[in-house]
Ligand binder design. Structure first.
Ligand code: MN
Length: 630
């Protein structure tokens, strides 16, 4: 710990600590230009030991699974022997360098399991990965880990599948994700829009307009002849997912194949009636923004593989929207701007700083790792997603710049997309659960801030708070668009909403879009991160082989699972759990207790809801971390 780590800032004199903070938390606008990020990670922002240990545990699971897929049955008697042989080979080949800083740890760990053997759950490997990750920090992620990974991927299965069951061989230890069994069902495809990994796309429409000329014939083939497209539009039962952001986007090729990005439109409808369990149904898909022979309208009756092909293109577009826009830009980078302004402008003893900081733990560290490793040339995004790396970065920039702060208030978002009315769109688990968590956070923030700002006057007169608000939006600050009331914060009502949005995004919103990565996006048969055939394939008859050739080849699919399973399985801290004795003001205690009780209530309500709908568990408060750290 250095003298200027966040924990210690509290005890320093106010001016001194802010001066130090401003030196350490310097803005950079060229990591993902022109977004505001931290230039270099301050020492106090580095991941903690316990975080590394959690990561090591998840890495161990993925490592063993991959090892057995790629090297299993090479004459060894058991999985445990395979693991031992691999470690020995890595040592002999020098892939694991015996440098001074980790040699002591390795000498303790490796002989243990080489001599004594490895337990059934391979927990000994946790120490090994922990040593590699923690002792050498980030550099080792580039060197040692890269060499081990290279070795690990030798002999991996390659090529397009000729049968979906071929994907199953990628999960010998972990087991095939459950989505593999259900994703082809239309109901599941539609449910992804309201309870999936990117549940923020659909908008209510009155008609599909000329650019997506769906006919009554198309509509009635799905919904029956006693319903019509016009009636559905008039009654608020039509919903559109529009991936127009990808029009003109560049197709990627890394590492060694032509990939395709698509800009589809997908139409969904809610059946007539008043039953509260009416599920959304897919009506038609057009795999480009312009109607006509280039992009024919595809429906469930277009033929099995044609329809599957079109649905998969929507899944691919959805995943390509999810990662750079919904996930990276609108949670990670959005919150990152507030971390910077908070440390630079609010003294550690400031009540707002105290409230926010637990929700910022690990955020700059994961964002820094993301820009260096993940959304970098040759990194996971470049390799796996559809677009070129430059284009993926542009999508992240567009995603954040188009996300005006005041329009991002959760209830407003639902209103703007026309999906706020439960009578019109009865089954929308993300909406319903997110609003519960939003309300709980809102109540807590309101109770807390009222202690320090009895009236709006105190807010208007708080110079530090106003500097914070100015910096959040400034060109030489966080560059968050549409923040504040005429640029300042005038009322407690606004401050409560704003702080609720920051905490909600750092906790619940991130959880809702981060953790489905493992269960819903890891299995490439259902959601390849890139397409490998053009949308023009749909102009002719689509064969089974075409469908398989659209999906990710096995080597890419394995890497997709490994990356997304890792990102989707680290639960480091928990919403509402502040460190013991963190708030020293005794008046806070009853409100904090109230918050925790409310979260328990939300937990119970969601569990209850899940008895009457296909389960949606990503917004259970017990599964929502306190901050973005993975
Ligand atoms: Mn994340």
């Amino acid at each position: 710990m250095t003298a200027s780590s966040p924990d210690n800032l509290i005890s320093l004199p106010i001016t001194q600590s802010l001066e130090i903070a401003r030196q350490e938390y310097r803005y950079n606008y060229s990591h993902i230009p022109p977004l505001a990020m931290v230039d270099e990670l301050p020492p106090g922002e580095k991941f903690s030991t316990s975080w590394y240990f959690l990561l090591a545990q998840q890495l161990r699971m993925i490592f063993v699974n991959t090892l057995i897929t790629n090297r299993g049955n090479r004459g060894s008697k058991s999985v445990r022997d395979d693991v031992k042989l691999f470690i020995l080979e890595a040592l002999f080949k020098g892939a694991i360098p015996l440098n001074i800083s980790i040699i002591a740890r390795l000498l303790q760990i490796i002989p243990q399991f080489l001599i004594k053997g490895i337990s059934k759950d391979f927990h000994e490997l946790d120490d090994l990965f922990f040593s590699i990750l923690k002792d050498n920090g980030v550099q080792i992620l580039r060197d040692t880990l890269n060499r081990v990974i290279e070795m690990l991927y030798e002999g991996q299965p390659t090529g397009h599948v000729t049968n979906l069951t071929e994907y199953e061989k990628l999960f010998p230890i972990i087991g095939v994700p459950a989505i593999a069994k259900t994703f082809q069902e239309d109901e599941v495809f539609a449910y992804m829009r309201v309870a999936g990994y990117n549940p923020v796309m659909i908008e209510r429409v009155t008609s599909t307009s000329d650019r997506f000329p769906v006919t009554d014939e198309h509509y009635q083939a799905v919904m029956g002849s006693d319903d019509s497209l016009q009636a559905a539009g008039e009654e608020g039962r039509l919903y559109l997912a529009d991936y127009g952001i990808f029009a003109g986007a560049l197709n990627g090729t890394h590492p060694k194949a032509q990939k395709y990005v698509y800009a589809p439109l997908a139409l969904f409808a809610v059946p007539k009636g008043s039953s509260p369990d009416r599920l959304l149904r897919p009506i038609a898909i057009q795999c480009g923004q312009t109607p006509g022979p280039d992009y024919p309208i595809i429906t469930p009756n277009s033929g099995k593989y044609t329809w599957l092909f079109a649905k998969t293109i929507v899944q691919i577009a959805d995943a390509n929207f999810h990662e750079p826009v919904t996930h990276l830009a609108r949670t990670h980078l959005f919150v990152g701007a507030f971390v910077m302004a908070t440390y630079r402008q609010l003294p550690g003893t400031h009540p707002l700083s105290l409230l926010l900081r637990p929700h910022f733990v690990g955020t700059l560290a994961i964002n820094d790792a993301a820009q260096r490793i993940l959304i970098a040339r040759g990194g996971g995004v470049d390799r796996l997603l559809s677009s070129t790396i430059d284009n993926s970065r542009v999508l992240a920039v567009k995603g954040l710049q188009s996300y005006g702060f005041n329009g991002a208030m959760l209830p407003k978002q639902f209103e703007q997309r026309g999906v706020g009315d439960r009578n019109l769109l009865p089954v929308y688990p993300y909406r319903d659960d997110a609003l519960l968590v939003w309300d709980a956070i809102h109540q807590w923030v309101a109770d807390y801030l009222k202690l320090y700002y009895p009236t709006d006057k105190e807010i208007q007169n708080d110079a530090a708070l106003q500097s914070w608000a100015a910096e959040v939006q400034a060109y030489e600050g966080g560059r968050i668009s549409e923040f504040g009331e005429d640029g300042r914060i005038q009322t407690r009502e606004y401050l409560v909403d704003a702080v609720t949005l920051i905490i909600f995004t750092a906790s619940a919103q991130h959880a809702a879009v981060n953790f489905p990565q493992k269960d819903l996006m890891g299995y490439a048969g259902s959601t390849p991160l890139a397409g490998y055939l053009p949308a023009s394939t749909l102009q002719g008859e689509v064969t089974e082989e075409d469908y398989f050739n659209l999906l990710s080849p096995l080597d890419q699919s394995q890497r997709q699972y490994n990356l997304l399973a890792l990102l989707g399985s680290v639960y480091f801290n928990k919403l509402g759990e502040y460190p013991q004795g963190y708030f020293t003001d005794a008046r806070v205690k009853p409100f904090l207790q109230g918050f925790q009780e409310n979260l328990q209530q939300v937990e119970n309500t969601i569990n209850q809801r899940n008895l009457n709908r296909p389960p949606y568990e990503y917004l259970l408060p017990s599964k929502i971390p306190q901050s973005i750290n993975i």
